[in-house]
Structure formats: C-alpha cells, structure tokens
Design a protein around this ligand. Structure first.
Ligand code: ADP
Length: 392
C-alpha cells in the first residue's frame, strides 16, 4: 500500500511516498518557490535527486507536477497505486482531538482556525485542496501538529490571563511538533519496555519544543498559542516578558507586528550571537572563543534545563529524556551540556555513546534516568494515521 505524506507551506510543498505497512520510503521530494517563475521541483529517482526549474504559479500546478513526476519517473504505474494522502496541518485547535478524514466540513473547520495560525493553516488548506482535485478518489487525511497535546489538563494549557480571552478567542496553549513528540515517545516507550513511562522529549531543530509524556499522553509542552513560546530556538526568542513589545515598539518606532516578527525571526541563536541561526555555526564560533555565540548556547541550555526540572516535578518522576530533530540528533555537545545541567536528577552520560549518531542509549548503566537519541519521522507517523483511518 502506497501512502503520500505531504507538508504544504505557503511557497513550498514537501512530500514522501511510503510503502506501508513496511514504512519503507519509496521516494521523496520538494517543490520550492511556488508562486514564482523560477520555482524548483526536486524528486529522488533511484536515490538520485532530479531537479527542474520552471514556472510554478500555484499549488495546483505544483501538485500536478508531483503526481505526473511519480508516473513519469516510473515510481508508480498509475494514480490508482496511491492508496491515501496524509496532510500535515499545523493548528487543529480544540476541534481536532484526533487525525481526520478530510471532507468539505473539515476544510471549513480548519479554515475557522486560521486566526490561530494565519501563516500556516491557509497554506496547508491550499495543499489539501490541490491534492483533492488531483486525486479525487483517494482518501485524504489531516494530521495535526496540535492533536497529541490535546490531552493536557487545564492547569497546563490555560494561561493566567482573563478567562474570557480563552472563551471568546481560544487563547490557550496548544503546543506543536505533536507528530514528532508522539512518534519519538512511542518509540522510547518500546525501548524502555514500559508503556507507562514518564518521558521528556527534546525536539531540537530550527524550531524547538519540549514535551512531557506520561503513559503515552502529552501532559505539558513548551510551545503555546503559537510556536513562539518556550525555549529559545534558531531565530525565535522563546519566553519573554510581553512588556518588551511596548518598550521596543516605542524605542524603535515599530508596530507590534514588527516587534513580534523580530521575536520570531531575529532572536534565539541568531539574535543573541549575531552570527547565525544554525547550531553548527554557533558551536564552531563558541569553540573559537566568541562570547556571544557562547551566550546563545548557554542561554538555550539553561532554559531547556529549567523545563526539564519543571516537567520532572510536574510528572512526579522521570524515566527517560529523548533527543530528536536536527540538533537533538546531531549535536553531541548540546546533548551532553543539557544532561550535565540536570545531573542533579541522577543522570550520567556515556560520552562514547553520546558521540555517535542514530538511535541509541547515551547514559551509563548506573544512570538513574536514561537518555536516548531517537531520530524523528513525522512522515511515517502521518502515513500510519492514514492507514489507521482508512481501515475504519
Ligand atoms: P526544522 O525541521 O525545524 O527546520 P531540523 O530538525 O531539520 O529543523 O533541524 C535543523 C537544524 O539542526 C539546523 O538549523 C542546525 O542548527 C541543526 N543541525 C545540527 N547538526 C546538523 C546536521 N548534521 N544536519 C542538519 N542539521 C543540523
């Protein structure tokens, strides 16, 4: 059974075709610069990337190109070979407590959440619309970044703001990266041979969030109403005092929207270091003795340790910390510094294992709490959801 996992952004469309249930990747690809004359369509054929640059003015054209490309490169014989399409949708609000088979009503419901995710949800819908037109007979499933966190209790998801803001406008914590947190924590529970395990997942990529998972359920997470809340990231500030908005708006004669943009795009690693949003540059310059690169790293480590401490207390214990995504999977220094910062919990890193890549335990046998690297796989999670709903 072949399932297409799709992630549509405002000017890009990423896809992966998976053989299920074996979860083998048949091909993957990307359309970039949708809306431009020099858009690029890339697809992997027999492991080699094939790219064409051409005019792709909207998502409909992009999707047709993907579908035609699969046939042209003999990856599938006909469209009938595709059993289902799974779409990543960023914001599911309180409406979607599970993945869902897409219907006209579902599209309207996703649209009703546009205020909560103005940058992401409209782009996701554009991708869904285009695939529904290109593959009208195929089941289409929406998989939300927020669903996994819908198990949080009120004390974890509510802000201490006027309650009417929640009632009228849905102001609360939703959390994101849910598919990744779910995939990684399910895998960790298997490695721990304990479905009731208490786990903290550190999804550290360019966007980054932590999630406290108890017995397979998200009980708290660091991102909030939007992905801006939580730990500092590549370009996002994470938590700040909201009064900063007014101060900088006055001092620099900027609108609130512009200051918010600075907090989203010019802060985090990039803002503190003044060098880059990429952890590889930060660590290199830190090792060269650059003070601000060192600070950018140290602030991130401290904030992550703060969250780990708070989740440890909130869950009343901890079995494992899991690292995933670009930084979590690749940066041994970041992992070891985080684990060192919380060593009071009885964590002992195994430096040899921590210096390697791929799924593994990175703590010693004496360590009271285990730590793992587990590579994330959001596409597989999406494909699994399509199969689960297709069977119902
Ligand atoms: P996102 O999906 O949020 O864009 P990723 O999970 O792909 O992010 O992580 C990308 C980040 O991971 C890069 O910005 C970089 O800081 C960090 N990184 C560190 N080492 C590597 C590596 N070997 N390959 C890719 N990214 C890496």
């Amino acid at each position: 059974m072949k399932i297409l996992a799709v992630n549509a952004g405002s000017s890009s469309l990423k896809f992966q075709l998976l053989e299920m249930p074996s979860e083998e990747v048949i091909t993957s690809g990307l359309v970039e610069r949708i809306g431009y004359y020099n858009a690029v369509f890339t697809i992997k054929v027999n492991g080699e990337k094939v790219s064409v640059t051409q005019e792709i003015l909207d998502h409909k054209v992009a999707v047709q190109l993907v579908v035609d490309g699969l046939i042209k490169h003999h990856i599938i014989d006909s469209l009938e070979d595709i059993t289902g399409v799974g779409h990543r949708v960023v914001q599911g609000g309180e409406i979607f407590k599970d993945s869902v088979v897409i219907t006209d009503k579902v599209i309207d419901q996703i649209k009703s959440l546009n205020d909560l995710a103005p940058l992401h949800n409209p782009a996701n819908i554009t991708g869904i619309d285009a695939f529904r037109k290109a593959l009208p007979k195929v089941i289409q499933v929406g998989v939300f970044d927020t669903t996994f966190h819908q198990t949080m209790k009120e004390d974890a998801y509510l802000y201490a703001t006027p309650y009417e803001w929640y009632q009228k406008y849905g102001v609360r914590k939703y959390g994101f990266h849910g598919t990744s947190h779910q995939y990684v924590s399910e895998r960790a529970a298997i490695l721990l041979k304990n479905p009731k395990a208490k786990i903290i997942v550190c999804h550290l990529g360019n966007g980054a969030s932590l999630c406290a998972v108890d017995s397979g359920k998200s009980v708290d997470t660091s991102m909030g109403l939007t992905p801006l809340e939580g730990i500092p990231m590549g370009t996002r500030s994470g938590n700040v005092d909201p009064s900063i908005l007014m101060l900088i708006s006055d001092k620099e004669d900027k609108t609130y929207a512009q200051v918010l943009d600075d907090l989203n795009k010019k802060s985090g690693y990039l803002g503190v270091s003044g060098i880059s949003n990429d952890s590889r540059d930060i660590i290199r310059e830190m090792q060269n003795g650059d003070h601000r690169a060192t600070l950018a790293h140290q602030i991130q480590i401290k904030r992550i340790a703060d969250y780990i401490g708070s989740y440890y207390v909130y869950m009343g214990g901890l079995d494992a910390i899991v690292f995933t995504a670009g930084i979590g999977e690749n940066e041994s220094l970041v992992r070891s510094h985080i684990l060192n910062a919380v060593k009071v919990l009885g964590i002992e890193v195994d430096p040899e294992e921590n210096s390697k890549r791929g799924e593994r335990l990175i703590t010693t046998p004496q360590s009271k709490i285990k730590a793992f690297i587990i590579p994330t796989n959001e596409e597989v999670m999406i494909a699994r959801e399509v199969i689960r709903l297709e069977k119902n």
